[in-house]
Design a protein around this ligand. Structure first.
Ligand code: ATP
Ligand code: MG
Length: 539
């Protein structure tokens, strides 16, 4: 097992001048023609196995198709596909030919797609029959998009993926991309505002995610790794693409349009999955099921990322499976920058320690590093050297890029503190922190306290206006099955929070709701609740 301090101290980024993930990673694993890259299943019980060699070949063919379609090095190709094998082929083809890949979720509307086409100056779209009508609705207004490729049934005005790929040559001279060439354009989740176009190079994600795959996921070539995330978010690049494939691990993919906690548990028990990555919201739903009915004999690791991971969720999961869900922190803008690495003694509720290759600190408004246990801005040192696993820039938006830098630091936009032993504790997004009666209150701590009560399935804590106090803590609570809203329950929850955390943090207001506003990547949009609370009032 890795020694954290030693690994952290000795780690050096190694980046060659030229790098191409498809050639330098996928084609290398493909030298063993039988090496499994993916086990794909769908809700109908179909199973497909793909080797690295299959992906190597398919991506060459598709690269030829894209060339014929006029896609050049540096051009943006948008891919909107559910968890279909073609999604992985498309990513590899674009990397191979030096086109810039921009994945979007299938939940995008026609308007969102138009925004992305325009913002990214996309030249090509690859999508399926379910999403093609949205594209056709706006295509007349998007003159940059020259080529439309459909995965599925033929459609007028579209090239059919399967036919084109079958007719194309398997020979393709992989573009000798420079490590600092643009490779990927991911849109952020849009939790706090309009999604930002984040540029990654042929090194920042492809090489940077060695951190994610090796140190955090602890993957090996014989592993079968399952990441629950949608294909449209950067987390897919983390844990469904670069992280595992760098390590030669095979992916388990479940093609389904909806997350079902029950189905997920069934699949986890049925297939020889060794490692699983989910968003905290996935785990919060799974622990409501009867976990004692399932056995996971091959499961070695479970990790969570994307949102803070509540200690209660870790406890319940651990009791049932024996496995501690390890937290991991990062952004679309980065690879894993902080994690509860397998070699660390986990502290439930903490995000763990900085990743090797990252100087991650809590700083004040002047860029000074704060002493332990003081809350401040979570920032990554970028001078004199920018860590490889960090984005290049927000595309065509130098002002935005500049706004997230302060002196020697890149600002994550999140608030946190470090304890005496170097563990980091997430407080909240800078905008989500509540200022009540002179105290700063992070929503995560209150939400975690609420979750420890059996009546609470999930909650979101935001600031709310109050005549006398100005601003108070308000909790929106989804009740667990079998519980009914009542004034008594409000009191009980308030007393409970006062008991498990500092009393001033308890929610003076509680509203029971059936659902919470979330991004398509499953993150709670506290901003929406907060704006609803404050509508018409001045903060
Ligand atoms: P936008 O920037 O568009 O508002 P977003 O920040 O949610 O959206 P992502 O890049 O998908 O877009 O998410 C990164 C953010 O998610 C982090 O800055 C942090 O706020 C949160 N996050 C990710 N992982 C964790 C974690 N393990 N613990 C706490 N927060 C996390
Ligand atoms: Mg963000």
């Amino acid at each position: 097992m890795m020694d954290y301090d030693k690994t952290y101290a000795e780690f050096k980024w190694e980046v060659p001048e030229y790098f191409n993930f498809s050639r330098d990673v996928i084609d290398k694993w493909a030298e063993d023609p039988d090496k499994l890259a993916m086990l794909w299943v769908d809700d109908e019980g179909n199973e497909v196995r793909k080797t690295f060699l299959d992906f190597s070949k398919a991506s060459r063919r598709l690269a030829n198709v894209l060339r014929q379609q006029g896609v050049q090095k540096g051009d943006v190709v948008v891919v909107i596909l559910p968890r279909l094998i073609e999604w992985w082929e498309t990513n590899l083809a674009c990397l191979r030919m030096g086109a810039v890949i921009s994945p979007g979720t299938t939940q995008l509307t026609a308007k969102d797609i138009k925004y992305r086409f325009e913002a990214a100056e996309a030249v090509c779209i690859i999508t399926d029959n379910a999403n093609a009508p949205k594209v056709d609705e706006i295509i007349a207004d998007c003159p940059t998009v020259k080529s439309r490729i459909i995965v599925g049934e033929p459609r007028e005005g579209w090239l059919t993926y399967s036919d084109a790929v079958a007719a194309a040559s398997e020979e393709f001279q992989t573009e000798n991309t420079r490590s600092d060439d643009n490779a990927i354009l991911y849109f952020t989740s849009g939790t706090t505002g309009y999604p930002k176009m984040t540029v990654h190079t042929h090194a920042s994600y492809p090489i940077g995610h060695i951190i994610t795959g090796k140190f955090w996921l602890d993957l090996r070539p014989e592993d079968l790794h399952w990441n629950l995330s949608d294909t449209g978010w950067a987390k897919a690049a983390w844990s469904s693409f670069f992280g595992p494939w760098n390590m030669g691990a095979a992916l388990f993919v479940h093609h389904s349009l909806r997350f079902s906690p029950k189905k997920t548990l069934e699949l986890l028990a049925k297939y020889p999955i060794t490692t699983m990555c989910g968003a905290p919201t996935n785990y919060r739903m799974m622990i409501l099921e009867d976990l004692s009915q399932y056995k996971f004999p091959t499961l070695r690791h479970c990790v969570g990322a994307g949102e803070p991971l509540n200690p209660e969720v870790i406890e319940v999961w651990k009791k049932a499976t024996g496995i501690t869900i390890r937290d991991g922190y990062g952004q679309t803008e980065s690879v894993l920058i902080c994690g509860s690495f397998p070699c660390l003694e986990p502290r439930f509720g903490s995000m763990g320690k900085p990743s090797p290759g990252f100087d991650l600190q809590v700083i004040d408004e002047n860029g000074n590093i704060l002493p332990p246990n003081m809350e401040g801005d979570l920032a990554v040192r970028v001078k004199p050297e920018r860590p490889v696993g960090l984005f290049k820039e927000y595309w065509k938006d130098p002002a935005k890029t500049a706004s997230v830098h302060r002196g020697d630091w890149y600002l994550t936009g999140d608030r946190a503190y470090k304890d005496e032993d170097g563990y980091l504790w997430f407080v909240g997004r800078a905008d989500d922190v509540i200022l009540a009666a002179g105290y700063r209150i992070g929503p995560f701590e209150v939400e975690s306290a609420l979750l420890e009560h059996p009546a609470v399935a999930e909650s979101a804590v935001v600031s709310s206006p109050d005549e006398i106090r100005g601003e108070v803590v308000k909790a929106f609570v989804i009740l667990a099955p079998g519980y009914q809203p009542s004034d008594e329950l409000v009191k009980e929850l308030q007393e409970h929070v006062k008991k498990v955390t500092a009393p001033y943090k308890y929610p003076r207001k509680i509203e029971f709701v059936d659902s919470l506003p979330k991004t398509v990547s499953g993150k709670i949009r506290r901003i929406e609740l907060r704006e609803r609370e404050w509508a018409g009032k001045r903060k």
